[in-house]
Design a protein around this ligand. Structure first.
Ligand code: NAI
Ligand SMILES: CCC(=O)/C=C/C=C\C[C@@H](O)/C=C/C=C/C=C\[C@@H](O)CCCC(=O)O
Length: 258
């Protein structure tokens, strides 16, 4: 998919990986709707991006991915402003084992909600022009983290949901490719004060730091470059792309029918 003139939606766009995804999409010619629950950060970033890329290329919409109503309204506004939706990046997520129900609500249910609502705008079966959906999971969705079991569960769920939806989309004729991004440890706010985020597993903080030291920490731009590959390579559907200090690697899952 060439990005010139395409319209994208990025959730959790105001900071971290979502900001990097937004910027690489803009750099490659797309128009981007930035959705985030943090209105202050989102509006500030939009003003910065308007100066760099032009006011007609970005739109900030305050949106909590836990709310069906807010996502629905944001997608409708995006479609009205940009003339449709071609790309969705379900990126918003948190890490907090103390508020594990909220972690599930945002990380997994938010991705499912965004994907299903996007079908109404993107699927060729409902008048859309097809496109691509990229869900941000984590390497924790492939190699479980004992320090944050619920976070791990949400990311494993995003991997499984994405792969199932990719097959469903191909079989249904939606015209939508669906892939999942699995970063390792990335230098963002989510990585700050890790111990406080581990809840009842905070006694495993030393193990957490050992894992981080072993796996290494990458930059948000490393993740954004992988997202660009999954968006632009039309052969990619149902793929899980890991990215960590050793580089990028597609996950080879077992096949039971070939
Ligand atoms: N930082 C890391 O090491 C890794 C992060 N990830 C995933 O990448 C995604 C982005 O994380 P980071 O950029 O690291 O975090 P971050 O904390 O820097 O940014 C997350 C963004 O999402 C927004 N957000 C949070 N809850 C929201 C909600 N309910 N509705 C809308 N927006 C919401 C925040 O306001 C923030 O702007 C998350 O899904 C995270 O699980 C995956 C692998 C590694
Ligand atoms: C481990 C400390 C912790 O809980 C912090 C997590 C912080 C960032 C978010 C998360 O998405 C990053 C995950 C990175 C995981 C990388 C490697 C694991 O899959 C290895 C699992 C253990 C193993 O297989 O040795």
């Amino acid at each position: 998919m060439a990005l010139n003139g395409k319209s994208a939606v990025v959730t959790g766009a105001a900071m971290g990986i979502g900001r990097a995804i937004t910027e690489i999409l803009l750099q490659n010619g797309a128009q981007v709707a930035l959705l985030d629950v943090n209105k202050t950060a989102g509006e500030s970033l939009m003003e910065e991006l308007n100066k760099q890329y032009g006011a007609d290329r970005t739109l900030f919409l305050s949106c909590n991915v836990e709310s069906e109503e807010q996502i629905k309204a944001a997608f409708q506004k995006t479609a009205e402003t940009f003339g449709g939706i071609d790309i969705l990046c379900n990126n918003a997520g948190i890490l907090n084992e103390s508020t594990w129900e909220k972690t599930v609500s945002i990380n997994l249910m938010g991705v499912i909600r965004g994907t299903y609502l996007a079908l109404e705008h993107m699927s060729k079966l409902s008048g859309g022009r097809g496109g691509v959906i990229i869900n941000t999971a984590s390497m924790a969705g492939i190699g479980p983290l004992p320090t944050c079991p619920v976070y791990t569960a949400t990311k494993s769920g995003v991997v499984g949901f994405t792969r199932a939806m990719a097959t469903a989309s191909a079989a249904s004729g939606y015209g939508i490719r669906i892939n999942v991004l699995c970063p390792g440890f990335v230098q963002t706010d989510l990585m700050s004060n890790i111990t406080t985020r581990l809840g009842q597993f905070s006694h495993l903080a030393d193990l957490a730091h050992q894992l981080i030291d072993k796996i290494g920490i990458i930059k948000v731009s490393d993740v954004a470059e992988c997202l660009l590959e999954l968006v632009t390579d039309d052969t990619k559907n149902g793929e899980a792309l890991m990215v960590f200090e050793k580089g990028r690697q597609y996950v080879n899952f077992p096949s039971f029918t070939q």
